[in-house]
Write a protein that binds this ligand. Structure first.
Ligand code: ADP
Ligand code: MG
Length: 763
């Protein structure tokens, strides 16, 4: 932090003042509660309405007292003081930190109701479809108490359901659905086709997941186009390259790069002078790199299988063949070519947006999570958000044990199984957090051999897994879960119905075991938070081995020596601090990657804003016709006999077609530039400056090209009563579209280390 210390301190004290102030307000609200409790529903609702105006909440104590009374009546939950404080902080636009089990769902709904009462539409963003549905249903009575409307959008929602849901005051939805609808809305050619209605506020649950961990995940809208260009020649050229001489694979096995020799060899085989010439950098070089990736890093039967002449991806994180998934555009073709298969009809990326860019579109962003403090810097830097820590309603009785560190992974794994067996023998419920599905399955098998049956959660089926994890606190249970599985579901001691609560409390509550440290303290703490909800007893314990990824990667620049005990355990303070050091290093690396990648993404986000404005003008005004008629008055005169509405729509479709088409090209081009740019770094240009220079130039060209092509099309295409016959002229919009999140893509799956390298190529 250095020079900025004073700044953060100053911010900290502002927050403290804000906290004191909100405590005062909550106290005054308490005093009003007794009076409100004797009033009718209508009177309570009216009291709350009288406490707000378009400008915001004018009488905060009355507002909170009324809302609290409404929650008591509709949900049978009377908000704790800390919850009311949290509501105030959310309404001020902060990210609040509240421990797991402290009741963030209610807090979020109260704040959303508050925003909605001031006339703002709220998107309440959940981590999955199941929680969107659950929370909307659970909180519905509270929102509707005030005559406001609420709905959920999930993956399963139909178009009509979405249209209706987005027009509600409070909309619960997972971020991906909101993003996909946004992307699809950016392909429409008539305003009436819009699905989403604008929202003023994004209130993000598990805010650090969406705003930070997944911030750079792109949401992609793809469409079918004709067959891909032949990649055969390039595959052939690359197939002769030899590792070490022609290309190098980096230490982590994530990236592969051509050496000078390799580049020359490829150039000879392709009969071109230089891959790095302007004419080749955007296309040939990229495809050579893809072919090289396919050859050097993707292994048949490990990363994909070939079945009935088709390449099917093996989903590393889920351990089964992924259906309906493809690699990003060119890579699929490269692998097909490598296997000598016919290159399938290619999808084309029509549009894509990162979660960070999506979230920044909301005028107001606020959020809630159990782990915000560790993310304070990032939340401020990337979103200008402040963090408010909300105290617990009841003090914690959770005990966090010191890490158990082992020399090797094998010794660690043995110790994990022993510890689980030991806890299980007493009946204490155990929740084990693993890093990926393969690890979960291996552990469950090892446990089975000891006669312990574990439930395994893989984030496959959120509803089903919610049901299982709700029981994770019952006597004798062992539940093994990856990071995302079962999130947002309350783990009550003694089972979901708490019948065996007393017994489990006496056993020490839920024991949470982490099989390795995560790359950030935040992720560790998310797991720890599963134990000790609402003042329950609980235990957390992490196992670490010096062979763990975090230690190997983070400790690359330093080392530690210590003597392990007979079982491989190392209990030496120097080793504990070494592990901490490694984790800080990996945390720093992630931060750096985020900051760097955002620099690249930011420019595209700005371009997208310009594009959106242009799109809106074309959709909502007669601009398209006016512009085209101005540049070609003769053609306009020929068409004058047609109804004005037909002319407007025809011109609109012509303009939008080329605008969208060029934007899609632009995205692909900028991806390619991004991929080749670090190669230019070798030529001593600053990559990001170079990228900016190209992006700005290309975007300007895009705009000009879109208009030029539209003018040309306007001159050529048949326009009659039925509108512009664009498809007949070869200007066809994709016949089908589909959406995906790149993290869905096995390429981004965890436990598959080369993957982020490839994912980087595309983002
Ligand atoms: P979080 O999202 O913070 O982990 P949840 O919103 O899932 O927590 O709530 C955890 C549990 O606490 C739920 O079972 C909920 O019913 C309960 N709860 C929350 N607030 C209250 C309250 N004011 N009074 C009683 N129970 C509450
Ligand atoms: Mg929650």
């Amino acid at each position: 932090m250095g020079t900025f210390d004073w700044f953060w301190k100053a911010m900290g004290s502002t927050n403290e003042r804000a906290d004191k102030k909100s405590k005062g307000i909550v106290d005054r609200a308490g005093a009003l509660a007794a009076d409100l409790s004797s009033r009718s529903d209508d009177e309570v609702a009216a009291a709350v309405r009288s406490a707000v105006s378009e400008q915001g909440i004018v009488d905060k104590p009355l507002f909170l007292a009324g809302l609290s009374e409404a929650a008591t009546r509709t949900l049978r939950m009377t908000p704790f003081h800390v919850q009311s404080q949290a509501v105030l902080r959310l309404l001020e636009g902060d990210v609040i930190q509240m421990d797991t089990g402290e009741g963030k769902t209610l807090v979020g709904a109260m704040a959303a109701t508050g925003f909605a009462l001031t006339g703002k539409r709220v998107h309440l963003i959940t981590v999955n479809n199941y929680l969107a549905q659950r929370d909307a249903q659970w909180m519905r009575p509270l929102v509707e108490f005030f005559g406001l409307s609420v709905a959920a959008v999930t993956e399963a929602s139909t178009r009509d359901e979405r249209v209706a849901a987005y027009r509600c005051d409070v909309v619960y939805a997972p971020v991906a659905e909101i993003g996909f609808d946004h992307l699809r809305d950016n392909q429409i050619t008539h305003r009436s086709q819009t699905v989403q209605a604008p929202a003023d506020v994004a209130l993000v649950d598990e805010a650090d997941s969406v705003l930070i961990d997944e911030a750079l995940v792109p949401l992609v809208l793809a469409g079918t186009v004709g067959a891909q260009q032949a990649t055969g020649q390039i595959t052939e050229a690359v197939s002769h390259l030899v590792e070490g001489r022609d290309y190098a694979i980096d230490a982590e096995g994530r990236n592969v790069s051509l050496t000078d020799d390799g580049a020359r060899s490829a150039e000879r085989a392709l009969g071109i002078t230089s891959l790095y010439d302007a004419e080749h950098v955007g296309d040939t070089l990229v495809r050579v790199n893809l072919a090289l990736h396919a050859k050097a890093l993707l292994i048949r039967d490990v990363h994909y299988i070939v079945d009935e002449g088709k390449v099917s991806l093996v989903d590393a994180s889920r351990g089964r063949v992924a259906e309906l998934q493809r690699w990003p555009d060119g890579l699929q073709a490269a692998v097909e070519a490598k296997e000598g298969l016919s290159v399938s009809e290619g999808g084309r990326i029509l549009d894509s947006i990162t979660l960070q860019a999506l979230m920044r579109r909301y005028p107001i962003v606020c959020g809630m999570t159990g782990t915000a403090v560790e993310a304070t810097d990032q939340l401020r830097t990337f979103y200008g958000l402040g963090v408010s820590v909300i105290e617990r309603a009841t003090p914690t009785r959770r005990f966090d044990e010191a890490d158990r560190i082992y020399a090797t992974a094998e010794e660690k794994n043995r110790a994990i199984v022993d510890e689980i067996a030991h806890l299980n023998a007493t009946g204490q419920p155990v929740l084990v957090g693993t890093h990926d599905v393969a690890e979960s399955e291996a552990l469950a098998e090892a446990l089975e051999q000891r006669g312990i049956t574990a439930s395994v959660l893989n984030a496959k089926n959120d509803a089903e897994e919610a049901r299982i994890i709700a029981e994770a606190g019952d006597v004798g249970r062992v539940t093994v879960s990856t990071q995302m599985a079962g999130r947002g579901t309350d783990i009550r001691l003694g089972g979901a119905d708490e019948t065996a609560r007393e017994e489990v409390v006496n056993l020490g509550g839920l024991a949470v075991i982490g099989t390795a440290r995560h790359r950030t303290a935040r992720l560790d703490n998310q797991l720890r938070g599963r134990a000790g909800r609402q003042g329950d007893p609980g235990l957390t314990l992490f196992f670490v081995s010096l062979e763990d990824d975090v230690v190997v990667v983070g400790g690359a620049d330093s080392s530690v020596t210590a003597r392990p005990g007979a079982d491989g355990r190392i209990d030496d303070p120097r080793v504990h601090s070494f592990v901490e050091h490694c984790r800080r290093v990996t945390e720093g690396q992630l931060l750096e990657i985020h900051a760097q990648t955002w620099k690249y993404n930011k420019l595209l986000a700005d371009h997208r804003d310009i594009l959106d404005t242009r799109r809106a003008a074309l959709l909502d005004t007669p601009t398209a016709w006016e512009e085209l008629a101005r540049c070609n008055p003769q053609r306009a005169a020929e068409l004058e006999h047609l109804p004005e509405e037909v002319l407007n729509q025809a011109a609109r479709e012509i303009m939008l077609f080329h605008l969208d088409d060029e934007w899609s090209e632009h995205l692909a081009l900028m991806d390619d530039v991004r991929e080749s740019i670090h190669l230019r770094a070798i030529a001593r240009e600053t990559p990001i400056d170079e990228y900016h220079r190209i992006a700005v130039r290309e975007f300007k060209d895009l705009a000009n090209r879109a208009v030029d092509k539209a003018e040309q099309t306007f001159a050529d295409v048949v326009i009659d009563e039925a509108g512009a016959h664009l498809a007949d002229a070869g200007w066809k919009r994709p016949s089908a579209t589909w959406t995906y999140m790149v993290s869905d893509n096995p390429l981004a799956g965890s436990g598959n280390s080369f993957i982020s390298g490839v994912a980087n190529m595309f983002r």
